[in-house]
Design a protein around this ligand. Sequence first.
Ligand SMILES: [Zn+2]
Length: 341
Amino acid sequence: MKRLLLAVPFLLLAGFALETRQTATHKFEEIAAGVFFVTGGDKVVVGSNSLVVVNDDDVLVVDSHITPEAARALIASVKTITNKPIRTLVNSHYHYDHANGNQVFGKDVEIIGHEYTRRKLLGDVLHEATFLNNGSVATQERVAAGIEEQIQKASGVQKTALEARLALQRRHIQEIGEVKPTPPNVTLTNRMTLHRGSREIQLLHLGRAHTAGDVAVYLPADQIIFTGDMFYRGAPYLGDGFPDEFVQTLERLKGMDWKMAVGGHGPLIRDRAQVDFNQQYLREYWGQVKGFHAAKMTKEQARGKLDLSKYKDFARFQLTAPGVLEIEVGRMYNLLNGVRD
Ligand SMILES: [Zn+2]
């Protein structure tokens, strides 16, 4: 009885209940009134998380997924949760899995990103190492071939599931061909505040980290921050990163008031101690490579010596994809040799 009495004022205070909704292609988890943590399912390869913010009169979307097709599915999903028009798209950074859906947002949608993000997307991003080694048709063909190999050995339900994954992967490969990198048409260097009806939305460049143009989207009233690939539960990809500045940038994230962080990948984060853990990983990784560089080892020798086994689960992707380690260590050697872009 006591519990019931307590529950009623709480509901009155909140005004309504937060809902999770499943669309044809996405899951929309409402984490504050009108604020949705958006993840993909198994109907279309989306490549990354998004944040959808429904304001008094319009909608703001953060990150546009990995292909135009994934972005179309996201836009269609938004239409099923609100009649309000999408007026703003924010790019957390320029990487293909977050910005290659940009082109399908209409002319009346402002695309906001860091000045660096615009510069990169106006350049030749589809021929840079990060895309060529992770997101290109050739790499995705290899993923498809891996699934085919597994199908040969599988049977029953497992085989059916793998066949569905292969079909999805084949469609994804088709969809990559449609990509035309599309830059933000509104840019910032440090910060920008949007006032949308009663909502304040801050776009913040906290410093260089995953790229030179990372932008976090902060909702001060709800204490929610979308951090893109600067912060999620897992090792950040460092192929275009600044591991020597990353820890300090995360320190600024720690200095802010937030109770939920939405990363570009992985689950919603409520545990602020995760930031400390990511910092430890970055210090360890950078520290080792810096040591190998100082000892005049070649990049290849450094890669052979590198020991991140302490972070085995955290850094799974980096450790199992030799191409990634090669790019990351190469990147760190460039930084140590004074090449910074
Ligand atoms: Zn990224």
